[in-house]
Design a protein around this ligand. Sequence first.
Ligand code: NAP
Length: 321
Amino acid sequence: MADKKIIAVIGATGSQGGGLANAILNDPNGGFACRAVTRKVDGDKAKALKSKGAEVVKADLDDVESLKKAFAGAYGVYAVTNFWEHFSAEKEKAQAKNIADAAKAAGVKHVIWSTLEDTRKLMKADDKRMPMLQEKYRVPHFDAKAEANAYFSGLPVTYLVTSFYWDNFYLFGLGPKKGADGKYSWTLPLGNAKVAGIAAEDIGGAAYGIFKAGQQYIGKTVGIVGENLTVQQMADKLAKGLGIGAVSYNAVEPDAYRKFGFPGADELGNMFQIYRDFESAVLAARSEQTTKQLNPKLQSFENWLAAHKAEVQKSTEPVPA
Ligand SMILES: NC(=O)c1ccc[n+]([C@@H]2O[C@H](COP(=O)([O-])OP(=O)(O)OC[C@H]3O[C@@H](n4cnc5c(N)ncnc54)[C@H](OP(=O)(O)O)[C@@H]3O)[C@@H](O)[C@H]2O)c1
């Protein structure tokens, strides 16, 4: 352990950081050690990481001093914030600033900041096709991360532009649903656009490739993706993979989706509209080839589905009233 480069992994108990923690822990001769950063050092996920050989340390993204301690002596930091815990762009930026300030204070040699594009750059400020949210954002969880890029300048940083997790289909109920007639349908406002998607755990695998490559990616922006697929293509693969006959795609308009009323419907409506209306810009910002080089275990949609068949199948069932 002593001669290994320590990576302080924020979000090690979650999807992105968990993928990186596992990549480090599953490669004991890779030269890196995993320091899992969490608020819940006694939680089951922290304990599981510890049992696999991770050092577990306590810190909170709202507390810069706790982050300075968590980063002390580390070679690298994997920096991710969780917008969906609070839904606030301003809080997300404040947490990112805390990470950057703490990384500077600790003198780390490589930070990977998990970011997304500034969707406001894709259209004029007076464009009326989608509402502004939280006063000045189109897609707050994208735009806030992009604004936060500036906090990391001056650090040896790699800006990692991530993609839509396929895992959202079962984690957040965004997948197809079985109707009372036993038929499956999938409502999304994505038209015929291809969506840049990825298995969530593969983001961490790509981040591990970036840490291993080191100097090559410092100061660079790297866009990662598993596969670009339309909803219809994913619907056909899901129907086949789950053995459920067919999944019909109900392509609604983003305006209708924003009005569905669940928490974050407006935010997701805007995000999906960005994917639909600015398909070429979104796809161009991510490279499957680079992702595969960074993470040779990168999964296709079909591979991901085979590994998560049970969860996806369960998520198609109607929620009991
Ligand atoms: N879903 C998607 O398709 C998608 C795609 C691209 C980007 N993203 C972005 O991914 C981010 C979420 O990452 P994820 O999916 O890996 O998260 P996740 O699985 O929901 O887990 C959240 C992680 O963040 C940690 N965390 C949250 N608040 C913290 C705080 N105040 N202090 C310390 N740790 C904190 C949690 O640690 P503890 O609870 O253990 O402390 C946990 O490990 C979001 O900002 C989202 O915008 C999502």
